[in-house]
Write a protein that binds this ligand. Structure first.
Ligand code: ATP
Ligand code: MG
Length: 388
């Protein structure tokens, strides 16, 4: 008899022939997430089971499992050999609160087990009642459940609760994306959303030292670290944007600052993607949130992207919906600490809300964009979330 944690995975079941692949990625992700704890993760009859962990790590392991995409639910459980007397002996030790109602639910995956599910459930119900005569069975809306899962492996699992987890798809099964990560509320949430669908992440951050401070950069690294709890470890490419912004400020009309800046960010993001085989660019834009997030502005940034899709998972969300997710995933508090974003440096008084492409092209002709991008690309600093 021992204490284990049962893991159920959801949508993976739908993936037919690819199922083996999805399962392999998921178990690797689970092992990576739990690598700092002494424990084993095994596959037992269509479930994963975490076992042989130190009792003291149990809560933190449960917490980590809830952050892994592809896991549907988990249950702390007691594992018993599947024979009637062992199960009954264990069930005798179950203590439910006085004067409450309960139901035993048996799942018999092992069809050789000598009792049918409902027969065994009522037998075990009787055993529990024999230990505590203040309890009552209620099969319709019990206050407590006792689940008994008899697997084909010769093991039975008894548990009391099903803890809902993050769901989604295992990170790594949905391609690779490059997240434009700022220090704000939105972009970490955007990264979370795509990782939730199985996309593995890398991030790119533009900073304008000395206009933006070292602590603004640190803040972005902290956000990346928080995101890595869900997305797994990833690299952050830090690009100095200072010279580019100075050049735009010097040569282009003021109201075009943000439009041109964002077009150059996107160009750099796509080049970096080509180099490292990222397959999509991800941003935290939401329609109409600010001047640079109108459909015209997005048309102007999309125009410079040659091949890759640009994913904007927050496009139809209100700020309060985004804030709710940021709070849930634990990035909100860091995001709202004060910082300067490079987008706020040389901020024009009246940014263009509806940039016209031909005019943007005219402004860009005043710059040596190729040269500016080349220099920025040559001086990228790379930080791994592992090292933060
Ligand atoms: P966020 O809260 O994510 O900073 P925001 O509401 O402040 O977003 P913008 O500043 O217009 O909006 O940025 C829109 C998106 O552009 C961000 O969500 C992010 O994906 C990207 N972005 C903005 N600034 C940077 C930066 N310094 N480095 C990398 N990406 C950035
Ligand atoms: Mg921002």
């Amino acid at each position: 008899m021992k204490e284990v944690i049962l893991i159920r995975y959801g949508e993976i079941h739908l993936k037919g022939k690819n199922r083996g692949y999805f399962e392999k990625v998921l178990i690797n992700n689970i092992k990576n997430a739990l690598q700092s704890y002494n424990c084993e993760v095994n596959r037992i009859a269509g479930r994963y089971v975490v076992q042989n962990y130190e009792e003291i790590d149990r809560e933190i392991i449960i917490q980590r499992l809830q952050q892994i995409f592809g896991i549907y639910s988990i249950s702390p459980a007691t594992e018993i050999d599947s024979n009637i007397s062992d199960i009954e002996e264990y069930v005798k030790t179950i203590r439910l609160p006085q004067n409450s109602t309960f139901k035993v639910e048996v799942n018999r995956a092992d069809k050789l087990f000598p009792f049918k599910s409902y027969e065994f459930a009522s037998k075990l119900g009787g055993v529990i009642l024999s230990q505590n005569n203040t309890l009552k069975v209620d099969v319709h809306s019990p206050e407590h459940y006792v689940y008994v899962d008899i697997r084909e492996s010769g093991k039975t699992y008894v548990y009391y609760k099903v803890i809902k987890c993050a769901g989604g798809m295992p990170v790594g099964t949905g391609g690779k994306g490059l997240l434009l990560l700022s220090g704000g509320i939105d972009s970490p949430v955007a990264g979370y959303q795509l990782a939730h669908r199985g996309m593995s992440l890398s991030a790119i951050h533009f900073h304008s030292y000395p206009y933006t401070s070292e602590s603004a950069k640190q803040k972005v690294l902290t956000l990346a670290k928080l995101l890595s709890q869900y997305a797994g470890d990833f690299k952050i490419y830090i690009v100095s944007f200072t010279k580019i912004q100075e050049a735009i400020h010097k040569y282009c009309r003021e109201e075009y600052m943000i439009t041109i800046m964002r077009r150059i960010m996107f160009r750099i993001a796509e080049r970096l993607s080509n180099k490292h085989r990222f397959q999509a660019i991800i941003t935290g834009e939401s329609l109409a949130q600010v001047a640079s997030q109108t459909v015209e502005s997005m048309t102007s940034t999309n125009e410079v992207i040659k091949v890759l899709p640009v994913f904007r998972p927050l496009i139809g969300m209100d700020k309060d919906q985004i804030v709710e997710i940021a709070k849930k995933i634990g990035t909100f508090e860091t995001s709202i600490s004060p910082y300067e974003d490079c987008c706020t440096v040389f901020l024009p008084e009246h940014p263009l809300i509806k940039p016209v492409l031909s005019k943007v092209h005219d402004e860009e002709k005043k710059l040596n964009i190729e040269e500016l991008i080349k220099e920025a690309m040559e001086n990228i600093e790379v930080v791994d979330t592992k090292d933060i």
